[in-house]
Unconditional design. Structure first.
Lengths: 223, 411
């Protein structure tokens, strides 16, 4: 999948004034890339990620997926894109409390029409991520690192080409954060592209590119 | 997708378990609505059937009764309250001579005792097989064969065809049972006038009845007495005018009064409509309250669920899928409450309907299983649809909410 972002702008109103959460951002993401998106809180990282997956409409600009503007598609087509081609790891605790860890991981498989065995696939991912003993645990029973692994299994269930991760190590200890990072690196080596918003400058250096968002603008690009 | 373990309706059921007390409260509210709606419509239906039967079965346009017995005859016909009264039979010929009287038939009303001499305390109605147009249509075959020891019983008399019942020491065989009427006829026993006169003649138990100070005349000979004359008027004249003509012709001499039967039906109908309207207003009020409360509760919970809804969208759910999930939750909540309400109403209405109608002093008839199922389905449908209706605004706002805001709130 080739992802191209062109002049993306998202403007919000705060009180009587307007501000640009994202302003005139352009970049392209090649297959198998591993990009760290850094920036302070409120710099527009989450807004940008949500526009990239077509969940949040821009005020101007385009998100091109293999040359097709995501915002020219209808909700069904955009949902299908999010579900089938992108894995998303949201910030913080993002599992559904009334589903088991395995249930959470299987859910995206069943949100769109597809055939196959989600149970077997989820179990394989749990083995791969070292959490097979947590299959029947509920989110309330899991630690931060375990929650993040389950969220990763969920993001991988539909074999996506791109994973968007929003602060995936923000509330984890250094050891667990490194483990998560190692998992990402391993998946990236298998061909999955990553666009990861993070505060963690040290870990961000392990990617093959670091971009910085400052007040909604992509001000720096490092390779 | 044939057996999707994460279909919206399955997730909806899981979601409802998260707030059991809140959801139970909402379900109870819907349950109260559906119980009032279902119970009310069943009672209303029984009343309507009773009323239809009443106008059909009264058969007569005017009833001529002894003066002061208008209310008694009404109570006897509507509620089967047994009573005994009589007047001289010669009035029958005078009534038949009044122009506009198309048909007339005498009846004799005798109350049995709640004593060892009688099987049951019921209204015994003697009718004239020759001129009868009130009883005969419903028991025609049986009346043709009734001999001096046979009777016909109402639907609520605890006796089957062939059983023996005894009244004032005499035994009678039940020859037929009439279909339910929803009126006092259901608790009455019918026999030809000749059989009744034979029962009265020289009966050792009757002096006890006749000692009652209200009976100024002695039934001797009984053949010279009747209790009412049922009159059918010609189509071109009004029952009221004929009733008045009869009164003018013989009321003073025989101390009579008249009951225009359409007035009985009209009065009952008025009471029925008043009751029906009250029940439906009550159901409507509770329905609005239920919609309002569900709407408020869903709306309040909407803000706390925005992050969850956003998560579904992030994972690739369509907005219509999220809307479906919310609608299923509301539907299950309301349908569950409705079923419980219908069950609760059934437990009250069916076992206690006799008591309810007796206390309301209204006629009633049982309704068919199909009709009950229809009422239940209607209550279930209205209640079930109340949920999706109540949460429509919430669904709309949740599926079109500002994703950015919800994400910032989550952060």
């Amino acid at each position: 999948m080739r992802l191209e972002i062109r002049h993306l702008t998202k403007r919000y109103r705060r009180g009587q004034t307007h501000f640009d959460a994202v302003y005139n951002v352009s970049f392209s993401l090649a297959e198998g890339a591993f990009v760290s998106l850094i920036g302070r809180s409120g710099s527009g990282k989450t807004t940008l990620l949500n526009m990239v997956i077509g969940l949040l409409g821009p005020d101007s600009g385009e998100v091109l997926v293999d040359g097709i503007n995501l915002f020219s598609l209808d909700d069904r087509q955009r949902s299908d894109f999010r579900n089938a081609r992108v894995g998303y790891i949201p910030q913080g605790r993002s599992l559904l409390g009334n589903l088991t860890a395995l249930g959470n991981a299987r859910l995206p498989f069943h949100l769109q029409r597809r055939s196959g065995d989600s149970l077997q696939k989820a179990r394989e991912l749990f083995v791969q991520l070292g959490i097979s003993h947590l299959e029947n645990s509920y989110p309330a029973e899991l630690s931060g690192g375990e929650l993040r692994r389950v969220a990763l299994a969920r993001a991988l269930i539909n074999s996506p080409e791109l994973i968007l991760a929003d602060e995936p190590t923000s509330d984890l200890d250094i050891g667990t954060a490194r483990e998560i990072w190692e998992l990402f690196a391993r998946l990236n080596a298998q061909g999955v592209a990553f666009l990861m918003a993070t505060h963690d400058v040290e870990l961000s250096r392990r990617g093959n590119a670091i971009w910085e968002l400052h007040s909604g603008q992509l001000t720096q690009e490092t390779k | 997708m044939a057996d999707n373990p994460f279909a919206p309706y399955r997730l909806a059921l899981l979601n409802l378990r998260r707030k059991p007390y809140r959801n139970l409260g909402l379900a109870i509210l819907v349950g109260i609505f559906s119980a009032v709606l279902f119970g009310g419509s069943i009672l209303n239906s029984q009343l309507s059937k009773g009323l239809e039967s009443l106008s059909e079965r009264l058969g007569a346009d005017v009833l001529i009764v002894p003066y002061g017995y208008e209310r008694v005859v009404t109570a006897t016909l509507l509620r089967g309250e047994p009573s005994t009264y009589y007047m001289r039979k010669e009035v029958l010929d005078r009534i038949r001579a009044v122009p506009g009287v198309a048909a007339s038939t005498p009846q004799f009303f005798l109350a049995s005792f709640s004593d060892s001499c009688c099987s049951e305390h019921v209204q015994i109605i003697g009718f004239d097989p020759e001129s009868d147009f009130l009883i005969r249509p419903w028991v025609q075959d049986a009346t043709a064969r009734l001999d001096g020891s046979e009777i016909v019983v109402g639907s609520k008399i605890l006796a089957a065809v062939g059983d023996k019942l005894f009244f004032f020491g005499k035994t009678y065989r039940v020859a037929a049972k009439i279909a339910p009427t929803g009126m006092g006829l259901d608790t009455s026993v019918f026999m030809p006038l000749d059989t009744l006169y034979a029962l009265i003649r020289g009966n050792p138990y009757l002096p006890k009845l006749l000692e009652n100070p209200q009976f100024l005349q002695k039934l001797d000979p009984p053949e010279e007495y009747i209790s009412t004359v049922a009159v059918k008027v010609s189509p071109e004249v009004s029952p009221k005018s004929i009733g008045n003509a009869i009164m003018r012709a013989c009321a003073a001499e025989y101390n009579l009064d008249q009951v225009v039967t359409e007035n009985i039906v009209a009065e009952t109908s008025r009471r029925l409509h008043g009751l029906s309207a009250s029940l439906y207003w009550l159901a409507g009020g509770i329905w609005l309250l239920a919609i309002l409360v569900i709407s408020l509760v869903f709306s309040v919970s909407a803000s706390e669920r925005k992050h969850e809804m956003n998560l579904y969208l992030l994972l690739g759910a369509e907005r219509s899928w999220v809307a479906k999930l919310l609608r299923w939750e509301a539907f299950f909540l309301c349908a569950g409450g409705a079923m419980a309400g219908i069950l609760a109403a059934s437990c009250i209405v069916f076992p206690f309907s006799t008591l309810i109608f007796d206390s309301l002093q209204l006629p009633r008839l049982g309704i068919t299983g199909g009709s009950i199922a229809g009422h239940a389905l209607l209550a279930l449908t209205i209640s079930g649809l109340s949920g999706p209706l109540a949460c429509a605004n919430t669904v709309w706002s949740l599926t079109r909410f500002d994703v950015y805001s919800s994400l910032r709130e989550a952060e």
